[in-house]
Design a protein around this ligand. Structure first.
Ligand SMILES: [Zn+2]
Length: 114
């Protein structure tokens, strides 16, 4: 379960941010997770509970914003929804494309602390 490692890294970043702001408590954390990031939100939540235990982020809320996968056609510049990874076809001209506009993100977007 690589979510554990991802979450440990994320919480380490959150705690270092909290220290930098002289915050003693972390209340809320928001993550953006792409549909094709390969990360399971449920596993992420479990890993989160374990990673924050005994830290200033213990008891903090975790919000996961899911980002749908979108591809872009290099020929007609059309952006479209992508269901599966690696290969997708432009719905307008049928060109097979591999260019993903979004869907692989895994980023920390907001930390609420005091
Ligand atoms: Zn096209």
């Amino acid at each position: 379960m690589h979510e554990v490692g991802i979450m440990e890294t994320t919480i380490a970043a959150v705690l270092s941010e909290a220290r930098g702001h002289d915050a003693s408590r972390v209340h809320n954390i928001v993550l953006r997770v792409g549909a094709l990031s390969g990360v399971e939100p449920d596993a992420l939540r479990l890993a989160f509970d374990a990673a924050v235990k005994g830290t200033p982020a213990d008891g903090a809320g975790l919000e996961i914003e899911s980002v749908p996968a979108r591809g872009r056609c290099p020929d007609c510049d059309l952006e479209f929804d992508v269901e599966s990874d690696f290969i997708f076809t432009c719905p307008k001209c049928g060109r097979i494309s591999g260019e993903l506009v979004q869907g692989r993100e895994l980023e920390l977007t907001r930390i609420v602390m005091s």
